[in-house]
Design a protein around this ligand. Structure first.
Ligand SMILES: Nc1ncnc2c1ncn2[C@@H]1O[C@H](COP(=O)(O)OP(=O)(O)OP(=O)(O)O)[C@@H](O)[C@H]1O
Ligand SMILES: O=P(O)(O)OC[C@H]1O[C@H](OP(=O)(O)OP(=O)(O)O)[C@H](O)[C@@H]1O
Length: 216
């Protein structure tokens, strides 16, 4: 029998939106998946030929792009940040909607204006550099993995580039959004080589997701 397909899903906030979608296409993880004390990272599902791995959002893209997992769910922010050519994103699942934006201190009246170089704290150095490059500005990115909003008040950088959903984190940290870089939503991603080699299993699965979100 063929090796099971490995389906990669992010372990954080997208998980709650992704699980109902998985259920609706007929994939239900084994009980151990829901047991918070269980330290396993790979789980069987109700389908013998499908296993699930629960990893960090950025790692979903890496596992799938390298073919270690064949299919996954990840935000378009992560897809765009990596730009892996082996990653095919056929379905917009409409979950995890947010945006990637530039922000700066509310009481900082100075605009970016004509400066040629700025320092920016972000988890997204590629998207950030590309955005500022398009404005003729060279961005020196300080890579953080969270809590970007602390950077301006602690003097790490005047600007941040981070995800914004309700805007309440920016507000609570006296920051304002000054530019919107990217509108984001969760996507189904498939490894291109696997999509060809294992199309008998993957094509119907992708089709089910398409039908579910009305993208037929
Ligand atoms: N308010 C938000 N903050 C962060 N991510 C959001 C938000 N709204 C939607 N998202 C989406 O959720 C994704 C993060 O998913 P999730 O939290 O499941 O991953 P994670 O692996 O736990 O993240 P991390 O690596 O930061 O721990 C983002 O890449 C983005 O596409
Ligand atoms: O606009 P809002 O609705 O306030 O959401 C945006 C916030 O949510 C995310 O952080 P998260 O809670 O994932 O923590 P993190 O800083 O560890 O990434 C993101 O990095 C922002 O800080």
């Amino acid at each position: 029998m063929a090796e099971p397909l490995i389906f990669a899903i992010p372990k954080g906030r997208i998980l709650d939106d992704a699980l109902p979608l998985l259920k609706q296409v007929g994939i239900v993880p084994e009980d151990a998946f829901f047991d918070k004390s269980n330290r396993s990272l790979m789980f069987r599902t109700n389908q013998d030929h499908v296993s699930i791995i629960r990893v960090r959002a950025f790692d979903v893209a890496t596992f799938v792009a390298h073919g270690a997992a064949q299919i996954g769910i990840v935000g378009s922010d992560v897809i765009e940040e990596f730009g892996y050519s082996e990653l095919y994103a056929p379905v917009d699942l409409g979950i995890g909607r947010c945006r990637l934006s530039v922000a700066q201190p509310k009481d900082d009246a100075k605009q970016i204006g004509n400066v040629g170089h700025i320092r920016v704290a972000t988890k997204y150095p590629n998207l950030t550099s590309r955005h500022f490059e398009s404005l003729g500005i060279q961005a020196e990115c300080v890579k953080l993995n969270g809590a970007m909003e602390l950077a301006p008040s602690l003097g790490l950088s005047r600007h941040i580039v981070d995800l914004v959903e309700s805007g309440s984190t920016l507000k609570a940290n006296n920051l304002v959004e000054t530019d919107r870089i990217l509108d984001i939503s969760g996507r189904l991603v498939v490894n291109r080589a696997a999509y060809k080699m294992r199309s008998k299993e993957l094509t119907p699965m992708v089709q089910k997701f398409r039908e579910l979100v009305g993208q037929v």
